[in-house]
Design a protein around this ligand. Sequence first.
Ligand SMILES: [Ca+2]
Length: 179
Amino acid sequence: MKAKTWLAVLALAVVFLMAGAPARAGVVWPKGMSDHGYLEVHASSNLPASKVGNYVADNVLDGQKETAWAEGAAGDGLGEWIQFNLSPGFVVTTIGIWNGYQKSAERYYQNARVKSATIIYADGSRQKIYLKDQVGVQTFNPKPGAAESIRIVIDEAYPGAKWPDTCISEVDVYLNVEQ
Ligand SMILES: [Ca+2]
């Protein structure tokens, strides 16, 4: 199948899925965008599930700030990362990060939050970002034409009052069709 035809099929599938089917794990429908593809997310580590929930990478794409990815390395998890692979023919236009575990104000401060991170693109280029220690979403402009994948590496963390685990509740990866 020719690339153009394939893209048309993908676009139709996206429209169909948006029309009625519920979002499934690993797929994100960025809020307010009309052209978007699929995303797959995985991480370098995650905290094992507890009695109250799990902390897997998919939690950053479920649209709920009450669930989070928590890295599973020792300490604040510096050097741990979460990576998004996106469908061919799409580029990332905006990245929104819901820092920390935003289930509640208490949970937010009990766990560590990202203070700074490095975004690593598929071509190996890097972008340093700094995050505020606050709830809600913080948006960043990726490098123009960012395609294939983005990896967010934790460089520094705001320490948690109770647990050292660094958390991210949601990542809104806005996609657009590659021009
Ligand atoms: Ca979530």
